[in-house]
Design a binder for this molecule. Structure first.
Ligand SMILES: NC(=O)c1ccc[n+]([C@@H]2O[C@H](COP(=O)([O-])OP(=O)(O)OC[C@H]3O[C@@H](n4cnc5c(N)ncnc54)[C@H](O)[C@@H]3O)[C@@H](O)[C@H]2O)c1
Length: 314
């Protein structure tokens, strides 16, 4: 297949591109390099790279020419960055997604996979053991609102124009080569540079951490699904932020302290006490669910990046 990945130089997109290239697909990447280029040299040499903005309509139309499928991953993200740039965040989501949909229509691309977020659940009540795609969502930030808007916008395009659309609600994806906008790489950086690990609040808030290889596997398997679906990409395991800090401190054999600080005011809308996602729908659609638990995932990161680490699982 010929596949366009917007935001393909980013953390998830670059890992997905590597896998798609290895499987023999032709990959086109459109990215404005807002976060630098996370593609490794080997992958970069095997893809078509277009440096530009997803808000540039004609560029997106050109990029999608001859494609069978588009992964639309370009976005502004990171809690602090989004809180400081709500207008740009919304613009990239809303104008970018409109351009991608338009480009699909003009180029007769029949299949679009969109990166949504578990952030749209926000304070939704966790029914039974995990958040399912059917429950009423509660987006409270510009980022989460725009993601939810796009899920609905895409669903209407399926109804009206027959564009197959999958919205993927990613739950805290982590792995090697991620930058410290996210909590896992931030704690690694703090633990390995002698800085204290900064935990917001009492650290009892939970998240569901999904390893990057499992995320890529989920995306690849979902490429076979047609129709209109919203699918959680989650590990179904709940870990507190304090647990995470303690694990990373231990695995890196770090002397750093763990300190508790109040979350900055601009983060309040993002601070959710519990978040854990159900993978039942993903499993039903693909016969697969993410299996790498947090300890195994952290072990993988250290084995790639750090020597002399402690084995947590021994
Ligand atoms: N990483 C996570 O835990 C997570 C969780 C929920 C949702 N998501 C979603 O998954 C997608 C990928 O996330 P990621 O972790 O790889 O983030 P990332 O920041 O590493 O990748 C996003 C990419 O989009 C590019 N980009 C930003 N604005 C652009 C623009 N205007 N035009 C073109 N390119 C632009 C950036 O340069 C970057 O390479 C995003 O849509 C994000 O909202 C990620």
């Amino acid at each position: 297949m010929k596949i366009l990945i917007t935001g393909g130089a980013g953390f998830i997109g670059s890992n997905l591109a590597k896998r798609l290239v290895a499987e023999g697909h032709t990959v086109v990447i459109l990215d404005n390099l807002l976060r630098g280029n996370k593609l490794d040299k080997e992958t970069f040499n095997q893809i078509v790279f277009i440096q530009g903005d997803v808000r540039d309509e004609s560029l997106v139309i050109d990029a999608a020419k001859g494609c069978d499928l588009v992964f639309h991953f370009a976005a502004v993200l990171g809690v602090d960055i989004v809180a400081d740039n709500p207008v740009e965040t919304m613009d990239v989501e809303v104008i970018g997604t409109r351009n991608v949909v338009n480009a699909c229509e003009i180029n007769n691309v029949k299949y679009l996979m969109y990166a949504s977020t578990s952030g749209i659940y926000s304070h939704s009540a966790i029914v039974k053991n995990a958040l399912t795609e059917e429950i009423l969502v509660d987006p409270r930030t510009s980022y989460a609102m725009a993601k939810r808007y796009n899920e609905i916008y895409l669903a209407s395009h399926f109804e009206e124009k027959g564009l197959n659309v999958l919205s993927l609600r990613f739950f805290n994806i982590y792995g090697s080569n991620q930058d410290n906008r996210m909590v896992v790489p931030l704690f690694f950086e703090q633990a390995t540079t002698g800085q204290p690990l900064t935990v917001y609040g009492n650290g009892k808030q939970t998240r569901d951490f999904t390893y990057i290889d499992d995320t890529v596997e989920s995306c690849v398997r979902l490429m076979r699904i047609r129709g209109c679906h919203i699918v959680n990409i989650a590990n179904e395991q709940e870990w507190s932020i304090l647990d995470l800090a303690q694990l990373i401190k231990k695995i890196t054999n770090s002397d750093s302290r763990i300190i508790f600080v109040d979350a900055p005011k601009k983060r309040y809308d993002y601070e959710v006490e519990r978040r854990v996602g159900s993978s039942i729908k993903l499993k039903n659609l693909t016969n697969y669910k993410p299996e790498t638990n947090l300890i195994q995932g952290l072990e993988k990161i250290v084995s790639i990046n750090y020597q002399n680490h402690i084995h947590l699982t021994l």
